[in-house]
Structures are given as C-alpha cells and as structure tokens.
Design a protein around this ligand. Structure first.
Ligand code: BGC
Length: 453
C-alpha cells in the first residue's frame, strides 16, 4: 500500500505562542513593562477592555503546559522572550529572575524531549525603549544586538534555532502606520523608518550571533500571496504594490540587500534614500527563514486606501475565518515555491499557521468539536506536503497556536488555540484539532487523509 502523505522522519512538528499573548504576570519579578502592557491599559485600544495581565497564566503554569505539549507529542515549541523581563529598561541592568524564567522554560522543554525555538522579538518592546524613540531610533539596532547577545550567551548551549524578529511588517503596519497595534502611531513618515530599523536590528543580531553562537539563526516573516482582482493594468499594478509593501519589502532587503522599486511609489516623499552600508548590515546570511502563513488577498486598485492604493476584494464563495481571512491552502504551497524560486534554497520552517473559529462550549466529556479548524490544519499540512514533493526544503511546521490566547487588540475574542483555555478557571482542554494534530505527528503525516467531521 502506498502511503499518500508521509513527511520526512526528522520533520519538526511543533506549535507556537508568544510571550505577551500567553504569559501573564507581565511585570512580575522585576520585569519592565512593554509597549503592549501600556497600550492594553490605554482605554479604547482593546476589544472588551482585555489585557495581558493574566492571559493564559503561562508564566506560572509553564510546567503543566509543557507536560500537555508532551502529551500531544510535540517535538518542538516556538515561543518568544519578553525583552523587558530580562532587561527591564531594554538596555543596561539585567534582571536575573527574568533570565531564570526562560532558562527554566528551556530546561523543562528539553527534559520533555521538546526542542525550544525562541524568537527574540514578538512585538513587546520594553516601554523604556519606546520612550527613547523605540523603532524610530537608529540606536535600537545596537540595543537589540546587546539584548540578543545576552540571550545567546545564556541559552545557546541548549537552543539549536533562534529567530530574531517575528513579522516586522505587522509591527510597522499596525504600530506605526495605522495605529491599531502598539505603540499606536499613525504616521506615513515613521513607517519606513521603523521597518528599516527593525531590519537593521535583525542584521545586527545575526552578526552578533556569528561571533558567539554555535547553531542556527533566522528571521520570521508573514507572507500573504497577492492576487489581482482583474487583469486590468491598474489592478495588476496595485497587486504588485501590495506584494512589495507586505512581502518583498522585508525579504528583498534581508535576502537580496535591496528594497523593491515600488516602495518609493508607495511612500512618495516619506521614502528615504537609505545608505548602502545599512543595506549591507540588513543583508546577513541567515540559516533559515520562518514563514507565517494564514491567507491570501485579492486586490484591486483603490485610491482611497492609503498609502498602497490597493484594497482587498472579499471572496464570496470561500470559507472565511473569524478574523475575516479566506481559507486558501493553495497559497501555502505557492508561497513555499515562490520563496525557493525567488530567494534560493534556504531551509524553511512554517513558523505559524492556524485559524480562529467560533468554538462551542467545552462538552461535559471534556471535548471541543472544532471541525473547521481540523479541516484548516489538514488542508494546510497537505499544502506543505505538495511543496515538499516539488523539492522545497521545508523542515518543520508550527501550528498557531498551542493555546487560545490574547489576540492582540482583539483581546480574547478570537480563539486560535488547538487547546481551549477557560480564562476564568485557566482549565486547558485539548480541542479535536489538538487530538487530530497529535495523530498526524504520531503517524508522520500518514493520517492526513482521515475524514474530518
Ligand atoms: C502573529 C501572532 C498572531 C497571529 C494571528 C501573527 O500575525 O505572529 O501573534 O496571534 O498572527 O493573528
């Protein structure tokens, strides 16, 4: 019998989270507040007035959460380090209790046979650094490299894969251009500067790693394939701009050492002439690329949509998630192939992929039926398998997310977890999707054709 879906033996099956979304206790044990702590406590910023003060209480429950990961058979866990826990002011004085937390987390993962995959920055910039200009201050490349070096020195003996940044596009687009995410700015001139300094910080951290690190380091980006709503020249050009803005802006800079030509058209006078030496700093060889994939968008020209002049057209026949995203697994295969063709044979990890759907209440037998999420997972894993069959070097998959958590300014209203969290009692209940994923892992992918409810 032929096995239709079989992943490589060493394929890294994992799940992902981030610090502010799950840890809670954001200022415990000497930690400095982050811009997310500040933003979430600013009235009117968060759905239902939610904040990350408790979240999934993972800071205090990490041991039982790791036991649960083990139960599900996870081989790897992608988490982020809260910069302000280890450096309360972002620079200078080290908070040993914060460092100890991540050391205990890593040791606990290893003792359960789970590979740790930390991300150094998943959006929770120390507020003290924001007071000094945050991502608008060029010095942040050095601040970040110093913080990264501290973590490398502490944990590189036990951590085989590091990521510098998670999704620089979201940091800039939400945080500096549209104001929907921390630090809540809305400024055309700031956006290119913030992106550029994020990328410089990435480059400086990779350089620092080459001096002291022994393993692998990469960058995590979110890529959304952009399709044209029609073949009209205006829609085609709008689609190119949308792609340059969200996708190529970061990857061309980090992997090719240049920005796409469309950037000057999009930002006009707000697009600076960057020094060549900056691009050289950004363009560091990396060991892998992390791809976060959720959806695609179909674009048409729209002068009202500032500054890209492209707006997304809703797809009426598609399944749409609770965050309004079209379920489009083909886009994952296409993106993996596109990455290989455009940027060469860099090892790839799908570092995030998942869906928010309405979940029914936990049944008495301790079950949560989430057939749409099961189907999402199944179809996207198949999409990865198709890419593997076409020669793309995909090394692992991290389901977003292990736990229902704080979905940024949506608060707790959007549930992405494989594991249901009751935020009143902190009870964890693996959903059907978690059970399904456990079977996929155990079979190395063979059960991907199993019918879903
Ligand atoms: C982010 C996560 C977020 C997820 C779902 C990604 O953009 O890295 O933090 O929760 O998507 O929106």
């Amino acid at each position: 019998m032929t096995v239709p879906y079989q992943f490589p033996d060493n394929f890294l099956w994992g799940s992902a989270t981030s610090a502010y979304q799950i840890e809670g206790s954001p200022t415990a044990d000497g930690a400095g507040p982050s811009i997310w702590q500040r933003f979430a406590h600013t009235p009117g910023t968060m759905a239902n007035g939610d904040n990350g003060d408790l979240a999934c209480d993972h800071y205090r429950r990490f041991e039982s959460d790791i036991a649960l990961m083990r139960e599900l058979g996870l081989r790897a866990y992608r988490f982020s380090i809260a910069w302000g826990r280890v450096l309360p002011d972002g620079t200078g004085q080290v908070n040993s209790k914060g460092l100890d937390f991540y050391e205990r987390l890593v040791d606990c993962l290893l003792s359960h046979g789970i590979q740790p995959m930390p991300t150094l920055f998943h959006w929770d910039l120390p507020a003290a650094l924001d007071d000094r200009g945050g991502w608008l201050n060029r010095d942040i490349a050095n601040w970040f490299a110093d913080y990264a070096s501290l973590m490398f020195r502490k944990l590189d003996d036990r951590v085989p894969t590091w990521s510098t940044l998670n999704e620089p596009w979201v940091v800039t687009d939400g945080g500096y251009l549209h104001g929907t995410l921390a630090p809540g700015h809305r400024n055309l001139y700031e956006a290119p500067i913030a992106s550029h300094n994020l990328l410089r910080a990435h480059g400086a951290a990779v350089q620092a790693y080459r001096a002291i690190g022994q393993h692998q380091i990469g960058l995590v980006v979110n890529i959304e394939p952009k399709h044209p709503a029609s073949q009209s020249p205006a829609d085609l050009a709008a689609t190119q701009r949308a792609d340059a803005y969200m996708n190529r802006q970061y990857l061309d800079a980090a992997l090719l050492g240049r920005y796409p030509d469309e950037m000057a058209d999009i930002f006009g006078k707000a697009w600076p002439q960057w020094p060549r030496t900056d691009l050289d700093l950004i363009h560091q060889p990396i060991d892998f690329l992390g791809l976060n994939y959720y959806t695609r968008s179909v674009n048409r020209h729209d002068d009202q949509t500032w500054p890209v002049r492209a707006s997304a057209v809703k797809q009426s026949r598609a399944t749409i998630t609770e965050t309004g995203w079209e379920v489009y697994p083909q886009g994952l295969t296409d993106t993996l192939l596109w990455l290989k063709n455009r940027y060469g044979d860099l090892p790839l990890y799908v570092t995030e992929n998942g869906s928010a759907f309405y979940d029914p209440p936990v049944a008495e037998a301790g079950q949560v039926n989430d057939p749409l999420r099961v189907r999402y997972l199944q179809s996207h894993l198949k999409a990865i398998h198709h890419a593997l069959n076409q020669g793309v070097d995909v090394r692992g998959y991290f389901a977003w997310s292990l736990l229902d958590n704080l979905e940024w300014s949506h608060g707790f209203s959007k549930r992405f977890g494989l594991v249901h969290v009751d935020f009143e009692t902190q009870t964890r209940t693996p959903k059907d999707s978690a059970r399904y994923y456990a079977r996929v892992i155990k079979s190395g992918g063979c059960v991907l054709d199993e019918p879903t409810a």
